[in-house]
Design a protein around this ligand. Sequence first.
Ligand code: ZN
Length: 242
Amino acid sequence: MKVAIFSDVHSNLEALEAVFKDMKREEPDKKFFLGDLVGYGPNPNECVELIRENSDVVLAGNHDLAAVGLTDHSYFNPYARDSLLWTIELLTDANKDYLKSLKPTAVTDGVQLSHSSPLAPDEWRYVHSLQDAMDNYDSLVKNVCFIGHSHIPMIIEYADASNIIPIHDIYKTLEPKRKYIINAGSVGQPRDSNREACYLVYDDKIRNVSYRRVEYDLARTQKKMTKAKLPEHLIKRLAEGR
Ligand code: ZN
């Protein structure tokens, strides 16, 4: 089975449409979304509706649950908080109800999915360091776990609980007896110094992961953000991929 896995759209409709267009060429059997439909960008309702219609699994991210009062946002930085309040004003009741129904983890089709760390999915922790990777080993219920949240594409390979190899290749064949945490990167706000939308395709038959980067009309997204008076910092960072 071939699955397209994408995450962290953050209300960026142009990036989302470009990624869906690219997925059409890849012809995946299923599409899994790992959370953060909204927050930061100018089109929350359109993104919720498109993702809902076109995905087989949709997880909740911290921005989604914060927008419907189901998780604390006191730790959000001022830019994230400003865009969150703007998003809350704009979201329709139907889309809020939908966001409320989402969960931050899933196990499906032989893989594990989690918006943030599988160890503590409600605490929205990152998996950045080797220590984080070690801490998460026991929470892996499947050999392959896809995550989002950090917006940084990366593969963590476990030979065993303490023997961990970080991999930055954009194309990787997984070893059958090893475990993996694989970050899908971000569609709507990449932070790995590459401004192109990021997602990945996983083929479980040949155990292959391949990252895709997709150009989109960034200037159009930025114009909408300016018009909506969203924070300047959020507008600029899209062009810098950080
Ligand atoms: Zn995010």
